[in-house]
Design a protein around this ligand. Sequence first.
Ligand SMILES: [Zn+2]
Ligand SMILES: [Zn+2]
Length: 355
Amino acid sequence: MKAVSVAGKGKVQIEEIPKPGVRPGTLLIKVTYCSLCGSDIERVYGPHWDTGSPRLESIKGSILGHEWVGTVEEIGEGVEGWSVGDRTVDGRLFCGRCWYCVRGMPFMCMGGRVRGHPYDDVQSDTPPPPQRYGALTEYVVRPAAGRLKVPDHVSDEEAAMSEPLATGVTSVLNAEVRLADAAVIIGVGHIGLSVLAAAKAAGAAPLIAIDRIDARLEIARQMGANITLNADKTDVTKEVVAITEAGPDVIFLGVSSQAPGIVEQAFEMVRYHGRIMIVGNAAPATLQPGRWLTKEVRVEGTVHMGESMIPAMKLIENGQVNLKPMVTEVIPLEEAQRAFDSLHNGTNIAVVLKP
Ligand SMILES: [Zn+2]
Ligand SMILES: [Zn+2]
């Protein structure tokens, strides 16, 4: 079967690999769609290629892809509650033994893993070898336990977006967004738009989207942003403070490491006692502790480790979010290079690959 692996800086390749066999306790799943994550793009184009970072040992040759939906084709021995033809999406793997798992917090598992994420975040001198279980391929084998089924009337395209939406849901829950909270999202790519959808469902108002690309702002508007601002055309801090009077209640940062100065900007923009949620891989920042102290701002990082997949799917199932405008192109798996390039250069916002 075909699979897409990381070949070099800015390069992916199509490989022929053996089709996996179903094992006891697992499901053989035919991948219908796999959406590309900002983290996939970062791994293929990121600065580690130029610095010779040890991360490369885990990235080169890996098969990416964790935002997927597929149909069960074979059922392993001992599996109950699943039928051929059922649909399913990404799920996390938990160790069941660590401090968090033992205390009933599997989503914080120290050994918790996502198939399709190279293990390059491990702090070790000897990076683990590339893992080749991502979903940018035709078939995957996954444990049946703890796996989420896709409800009948959720489309495959929307189901493929449930994983990024879960990130948005987690960040909105962690930010404790309340009805009519003024919320700003800086950076409305794939993840920023997922936050926007979740914040809209939570009743944030006004919902303000900021980006440098007008096409993204247009999609943000279609997905429910009340106000959109292009950071290249206007002084966004001044505008937002004028609109919200004191500054927004909460600011979400959906930006990448290529945009320096954004955390500092959010710090100036947010109201006293406001909240800043770092959702994207923001660039290093310098904060003034004195200002932090006097503004009493809460700054948090937020990432989902699976705990929001069920609420994300419920929001989709009940029509509380409209993710359709986000998927700007469906591309055959064979054209993976074009898909990666189009996200890297900003011509697409979210892409789903079809094996
Ligand atoms: Zn992702
Ligand atoms: Zn664990």
